[in-house]
Write a protein that binds this ligand. Structure first.
Ligand code: IMP
Ligand code: MG
Length: 248
């Protein structure tokens, strides 16, 4: 039998708390922020505050300056990396004697999926990776309520397989309650869901992911594959967009 796991533990953060660490014009927020080395150094008072580090200064090759349109970093690259590794280990334990088909949902989960599969250990008996496109958002910040599945994806490929759907965010629950049903109808042996972020406060359809990275505050977020109007997917951290860059 499959066991249901949630990762709402040590790295999760309360949905309402906003702990401000000012970094230039951006804030690092979270209950237990663990900013990367560059962010730590930028947030420390310096001996010469009148000459702060230049925003384009790169102290660590993996830690880029904060994007000028980002208001606050909610999950830093380090925090995401640690959590994704933890999720991979739990998934590995659950599937170690099983063949596994990991299905990343495009486009938002592309980065999360590629990082997650690298951490799935113990190794399943076999592990296949595929992606398909599902969209429920246009260029705004609210759900259209309609889930569109990529017609190019061969649904019959899931028949008889143990499927792990990998998603960036569970929000209203519309997309995922629909996707899980579609996979079951297509004959998947089992269907489970790994979601990096869960906006529980916004649920309209009851839905629980089997593996959750973080419970996320109820705000529109971007980065680490997640977009606003196709922008910001490249950011290595997850943050919120400055109000003036969001169209209402
Ligand atoms: P749901 O059907 O409302 O659960 O929609 C989930 C999908 O909405 C996610 O896969 C994202 O693509 C998108 N989404 C939800 N919240 C956000 C956000 O804060 N930023 C960007 N996309 C979001
Ligand atoms: Mg999505």
């Amino acid at each position: 039998m499959w066991s249901t796991r949630s990762l709402g533990g040590p790295c999760g953060r309360p949905t309402s708390a906003v702990v401000g660490h000012t970094i230039g014009s951006a804030k690092l927020i979270g209950a237990r922020p663990r900013p990367c080395a560059q962010l730590r150094s930028l947030s420390r008072p310096t001996a010469t505050p009148e000459t702060p580090p230049h925003p384009q200064q790169r102290l660590h090759p993996r830690c880029l300056p904060i994007h000028p349109e980002i208001n606050a970093v909610i999950y830093s690259e380090d925090v995401i990396e640690a959590r994704v590794a933890e999720m991979g280990r739990l998934i590995g334990q659950d599937y170690q004697h099983t063949e596994l088909l990991v299905l990343g949902v495009l486009k938002g989960a592309f980065m999360f999926t590629t990082d997650l599969v690298r951490h799935i250990y113990p190794y399943p008996a076999s592990l296949e990776v595929d992606f398909f496109k599902a969209s429920s958002y246009g260029s705004g910040t609210t759900s259209s309520g309609v889930v569109q599945l990529d017609s190019a994806f061969k649904l019959e490929s899931v028949a008889g397989k143990h499927v792990l759907l990998v998603e960036d965010i569970i929000d209203s629950g519309n997309t995922f309650s629909r996707l899980v049903a579609v996979m079951r109808e297509a004959g998947a042996a089992t269907v489970r869901v790994a979601a990096l972020l869960d906006k529980k406060a916004r649920r309209r359809v009851p839905f629980e992911a089997d593996y959750t990275g973080f419970e996320c505050p109820d705000e529109f977020i971007v980065g680490y594959g997640i977009d606003y109007a196709e922008k910001y997917r490249n950011l290595p951290y997850i943050g919120s967009v400055r109000e003036e860059f969001i169209r209402h």
